[in-house]
Design a protein around this ligand. Structure first.
Ligand code: UDX
Length: 458
């Protein structure tokens, strides 16, 4: 059936807002609910609390389909309730489910007598779907297992390209009982059939046809999400491990990954060597799987190795600096890029954080820049010792070294020759392999050498 659904979305973070924009664009009526009054007031004023390219436009072009509230009773009207709250890692690496539990407790009183599907979109430990069922049995007066179903529908969108990823996904994964999955397929019908009008800000890619639909159990759907993220993290760590050896034997990691990526069994994506992964997912999900294994006395050595290699990439930058400058004491170090990847203002588990913290500990004077995340960093990293640059150029002024920590496109456009001329020592640690041409500076890349580099200044 192609009727518009009444959707409630609990949690208005990256995943909740992306899902709200998508489902409104597919023609559904969406109510976004959050306990954060500030955020909801912002959204009611049509201000979008996060930076995500195209998201604001898509939300604004579908305002008639969207309502924002802090009132959970809005759940009453919904036939589909998405749980999109955060599941941050707790101290021991296991995801903290307190927001999820609170969300379930808050929606429970408003479950009615008609069919309602509760969808877990937050990345949750395997078994959480069953936990939500048990919580609802306990807390929802009207809970009835023949009309209330819990579904796992993991989200695979990447920050920075959330719109493209959610409008044109490779697959839609649905875990749960058949009746509930049929319902979900009707929610996603315009997406599965690609019958919606592509928004101007995210046109349909040329070769894209339709997403595959994976129907499975709750547990398998939950596992697919973890295993997918862990595998991608593994790919990146693998490229980084090979890159380290490339440096020793004189091979070029980019030519190597191009060469191996052409094997269709391997593929070229997620083999970009550099400073390693950060963000809210890869670290949490690799750690999450390891803790899940540990509960069953089952070791996951490959994942542990991926984590170790990732940590080594951050240390590698410090080692390279020390090799050139001998000591960090009093050295002026510039950092270009703070967000964990380009096109987002998200600072969670950003490699730049580890670098700034370590450099400050070693006595360096750090100046950092980011095209969008700088203001957020001033709030969230206020305990770190560094200063914000007024612009990218300031990072170079009288610096002993500049580190490229995030490969923002605008850094490619800088007048590099002019900028390195303002440095005290022209040393660039290009830990994202952003530079394409040699400079009148010493340039250190990851797993490769910029041919023709002039290193005379040191
Ligand atoms: C990831 C998954 O890709 C997405 O499917 C899931 O829904 C959430 O987690 P995200 O964390 O937003 O998305 O960003 P992603 O583009 O996957 O990058 C993760 C990290 O890996 C970034 O720090 C990025 O810099 C790094 N990375 C990625 C590399 O170092 N090399 C690569 O080749 C790719």
């Amino acid at each position: 059936s192609r009727r518009p659904h009444q959707i409630a979305i609990l949690g208005t973070g990256y995943v909740g807002l992306g899902t709200a924009a998508l489902l409104a664009h597919l023609g559904h009526h969406v109510t976004g609910i959050d306990v954060d009054v500030c955020k909801i007031e912002q959204l009611q004023r049509a201000e979008i609390p996060i930076y995500e390219p195209g998201l604001e436009k898509l939300l604004l072009s579908n305002t008639s389909q969207l309502t924002w509230t802090t009132d959970f009773s809005a759940v009453q009207q919904a036939d589909t309730i998405f749980i999109c709250v955060g599941t941050p890692p707790s101290a021991d690496g296991t995801p903290d489910l307190q927001f999820l539990q609170t969300a379930v407790a808050s929606l429970a009183p408003y479950l009615g007598r008609k069919q309602q599907i509760i969808v877990n979109k937050s990345t949750v430990p395997i078994g959480t779907g069953d936990l939500v069922v048990r919580l609802l049995e306990d807390l929802a007066p009207e809970f009835d297992a023949s009309v209330h179903y819990v579904v796992s529908n993991p989200e695979f969108l990447r920050e920075g390209s959330a719109l493209e990823d959610s409008l044109y996904p490779d697959r839609i994964v649905l875990g749960g009982l058949d009746t509930a999955l049929d319902h979900m397929i009707s929610v996603y019908a315009p997406l599965i059939e690609q019958s919606f009008t592509p928004p101007a800000s995210a046109p349909r890619p040329e070769r894209y046809t339709r997403p595959a639909v994976v129907r499975t159990t709750l547990q398998s759907a939950e596992m697919i999400k973890y295993a997918a993220n862990a595998f991608l993290a593994l790919k990146v760590s693998f490229a980084n491990e090979i890159a380290g050896l490339c440096e020793h034997v004189g091979a070029d990691i980019e030519e190597v990954t191009t060469g191996i990526g052409l094997d269709s069994r391997i593929g070229h994506r997620f083999l970009q060597a550099g400073l390693g992964w950060g963000g809210s997912c890869f670290g949490k999900d690799t750690q999450g799987l390891i803790s899940a294994g540990r509960e069953h006395a089952y070791a996951m050595p490959i994942l542990q190795a991926a984590i170790d290699v990732n940590a080594r990439q951050r240390q590698m930058v410090i080692n390279k600096l020390l090799r050139h400058l001998r000591t960090m004491k009093g050295k002026r170090i510039g950092v270009l890029g703070m967000a964990f990847k380009p096109n987002t203002d998200d600072l969670r588990d950003a490699p730049a954080y580890t670098l700034i913290q370590r450099l400050a500990e070693l006595g360096a004077v750090v100046t950092a820049h980011d095209p969008v995340a700088m203001a957020r960093a001033e709030r969230e990293w206020s305990h770190l010792k560094y200063s914000s640059a007024v612009n990218a150029a300031q990072v170079f002024q009288r610096a002993d070294a500049v580190i490229i920590a995030t490969e923002w496109d605008e850094y490619r456009q800088l007048d590099w020759e002019a900028l390195v001329a303002t440095m005290r020592r022209p040393l660039i640690i290009d830990s994202r392999n952003l530079l394409r041409h040699p400079l009148t500076a010493q340039v250190e890349q990851v797993g490769r050498e910029l041919k023709g580099t002039i290193g005379a200044a040191l």
